[in-house]
Write a protein that binds this ligand. Structure first.
Ligand code: GDP
Ligand code: MG
Length: 424
């Protein structure tokens, strides 16, 4: 059984929370793209954890976790994340955490370049998380990156490190005028933070291939959502990798395998971190109320998230791009803050109603067309069955299901592992 859990919107839909819940039935959880720009918050009986690089299955004692070749890994950050979880009583061993030898290493100079460029852009900045993600993916495609498997023989990397430093300094030192990158610092960094991770590094594609042959159940976990996909998202305000479920087999190292199921995680309203077109954005008191009710501050960066009502145009597109078979509608409880619930049912571009997610200038110009649905005015976080939800909440779920064009199989009504409803 091969299942992907993927975001339908701009990210922060609650994927980590749903992976934590649904991974119970899986033997393996694989992260297939991205780096420590992700922030998944998981709350369960063992405490509250923020995961940036580690797959969300790490909190389960019986789950094997894989960091796939599609990822970019900041070694220091990973060492620290592992340390934090260990301090919280989570056991992490080479048996329950495997890291692809083909995953790319995100170096300190990538982080520095990310910051230097955002600072250069000033008020035109991209809203990068400044974790080095765009520079490291660029280097991957430039074929000038270090990969996890290189850690097996760090001593042999000295001349490559010098040559990379020389190349980097054409931009870092000569271009931006920053402190030059040094080959010896690259080696020292790989030694210090790479060596402790080495026992986890292996051919994870082979591991997953064999596990699949043995009938193991594998869950593929995405970071961010469809609208941040490098090809299909709101380019250039996207991430630098493919976040969509279609990429999961590639980024996990088993490109020939076909997914049996894609579970789309869709938020009952909208949120978006950083810059870029966000048509359904709400401002003023209404936005403030929603942001506070939903605790909409980034898990990775603490930045206040932009918020809006459910966006039917973007979500329908997200469902299509993810190839979602079923949806989990998250954060329904947050909508209890509204008397009338705003839903963006269409966009208006040059006076025309638009129902299919536009691209480029049309998207930049799009204005939201809002409709308002009946609120329910009470706390629903204790509901565990669909018919325990107030009638207005049931009607909202049905309406969202119709607008998004995909069956809603789960409704999440709180951050806790048990706070969810299975829709029959
Ligand atoms: P991810 O990046 O998709 O994993 O999502 P994040 O963890 O960044 O953001 C989702 C936030 O909402 C986290 O703080 C979760 O604990 C919280 N959360 C998830 N599901 C629910 C829900 O149904 N209700 C409420 N109130 N909070 C939720
Ligand atoms: Mg997040």
């Amino acid at each position: 059984m091969l299942t992907a859990i993927a975001g339908i919107n701009w990210g922060d839909e609650g994927k980590g929370r749903m992976v934590d819940l649904l991974s119970e039935d899986y033997d393996i959880v694989v992260r297939y793209q991205g780096g420590n720009n992700a922030g998944h918050t998981v709350v369960n009986e063992r405490g509250k954890f923020i995961l940036n690089l580690l797959p969300s299955g790490i909190l389960r004692t019986t789950t094997v976790n894989v960091m796939g070749n599609g990822m970019v890994i900041d070694l220091k950050h990973l060492c620290e994340e592992i340390g934090r979880l260990r301090d919280g009583g989570i056991e992490i061993t080479p048996e329950n955490l495997k890291i692809s030898d083909r995953a790319v290493i995100c170096m300190p100079y990538h982080v520095r370049m990310d910051c230097l460029e955002e600072e250069r852009l000033a008020d035109k900045k991209f809203g990068s998380t400044r974790r080095g993600i765009a520079p490291v993916y660029a280097d991957k495609y430039y074929k000038k990156a270090f990969r996890m498997g290189d850690l097996r023989n760090i001593a042999a990397l000295a001349s490559k490190a010098d040559s990379i430093a020389e190349w980097k300094n054409l931009t870092v030192a000569s271009g931006y005028g920053d402190t030059p990158v040094k080959g010896e610092d690259i080696i020292a960094y790989l030694q210090e933070y790479g060596t402790p991770l080495l026992p986890h590094v292996c051919d994870t594609g082979l591991y997953l291939h064999n596990a699949n042959e043995q009938g193991k159940k594998i869950m593929f976990e995405a970071q961010l959502g469809a609208l941040r996909d490098i090809d299909f998202g709101i380019y250039p305000y996207t991430s630098s990798s493919n976040t969509i479920a279609g990429y999961a087999p590639v980024g996990a190292g088993v490109p020939g395998l076909k997914l049996d199921c894609v579970i789309g995680i869709m938020k009952a309203y909208s949120s978006c971190v950083g810059e870029g077109p966000f048509t359904c954005e709400m401002f003023g008191d209404e936005a403030h109320k929603l942001r506070e009710a939903g605790g909409e501050y980034g898990a990775a960066t603490g930045r206040p998230r932009r918020v809006g009502g459910f966006d039917a145009v973007a979500s329908r597109y997200g469902v299509r791009m993810q190839g979602a078979d079923v949806l989990a509608l998250t954060k329904m409880d947050v909508l209890s803050c509204f008397d009338k619930i705003p839903v963006c049912v269409a966009y208006k571009v040059d006076g025309e109603l638009v129902y299919d997610f536009p691209v480029g200038e049309a998207l930049d110009k799009a204005e939201p067309v809002y409709e308002y649905y009946e609120g329910w005015g009470c706390d629903i976080s204790g509901c565990r069955k669909f018919d325990e939800l107030p009638e207005a909440a049931q009607a909202y779920v049905r309406k969202i299901e119709e607008l998004s064009g995909c069956r809603i199989g789960y409704v999440s009504v709180g951050a806790g592992r048990e706070q969810y409803i299975v829709c029959e």
